[in-house]
Ligand binder design. Sequence first.
Ligand code: ZN
Ligand code: ZN
Length: 395
Amino acid sequence: MHFLVQTKPYPDEALESYLLRLARDNSYYGYSELADILWQWLAEQDHELEGALPLELSKVDVYHARQASSFRIRALKLVAQLADINAGNILSLAWRRSNFKFGNLAAVSRNELTIPLELLRTDNIPVCIECLSESSYVPFYWHLKPYKACHKHKTQLITHCEECYDLIDYRASETFLECSCGLKITSSEQLNDADFKIAIAIAIALAGNNSQKIVGLISWFAKIKQLDVSDTDFNRTFVDYFSTWPDGFTAELDLITNNARLKQLNPFNKTKFNSVYGSVIRDGQIAATSNRKNKVLDEIINYFVELVDSNPKAKHPNIGDLLLCTFDAAVLLNTTTEQVYRLHQEGFLNCAYPQKKHEQLRADSHVFYLRQVIELQQAFATEKPLTKKQFIAPW
Ligand SMILES: [Zn+2]
Ligand SMILES: [Zn+2]
């Protein structure tokens, strides 16, 4: 078996788009017809590959395969052979699961780019018809939830069919310019300025290979505000919030601090940090980048440095004496929980409660004083400039 037409992938093409074009160029009705034939052919070549390529285009990307992802890769290599192209050129189009973590969020990678998995669109892929009329393929960034306008044509991506109001998804319709109902996709949506700003920021970040900064911030913001990135107003809210960063964030923390003072029941040196500030530190990790820079955590540390400074140790416990859990202490110290145990054993950090012999501290044991952790953080972070680092918005 061999394909007569050797379709070449575009470097920024989505894997699903490439497989659909390969099928069409070779006169198959669509991907599903090709997949049906490939299913039998793959099984004949290598019985482990039976079912390694799904029949639905929306399930074909490597990250969907989980445990079977090595079979999926092997199957795609065979498809590359049939199409007479370098296997690397097909594999570089796929999203694969990554070991990198945005806090507790799973991540996927495509070439150098790593993003939280939750930012990949699942049930729709909006399109720019101007892009499609120039070159008939779908770039991978149309699959990213925050990318809602075309940065090249300054138009809103089209999300809905005018006729049946269904969400547009070329993986379901198996065509680029038609809805599943058969109607030609037409443009009708007004450009949203914030969507355009974000589209430009994503395009610049992709070109410079530093997109983790913006995708991490987007996922962090969605988490703390409990917003859906797909919501129409998400980008507007995000742009507004970060155009005055860190003012809004600081004001929110100030409000929590003041409420804690008003509603205080127990002495602060017996109060858990999380019962006051919730998961602010844990969530801050979502804004991580691969080079260990994190604008949100920097701001959280700045805030608590100032809080501890303005609430010096006194006879009566104050808010600087809250109790941190081991996990949060590790995040603030940019280290592991094992290292935090060691810092405790070596006398750098005191425990609020006497430990029983051989008692293991758990990640959620609230035993470390916020004050001490912040002071230790400052002692270690000597390379940090004394003045606040200026935050530059990514657009
Ligand atoms: Zn376009
Ligand atoms: Zn339709």
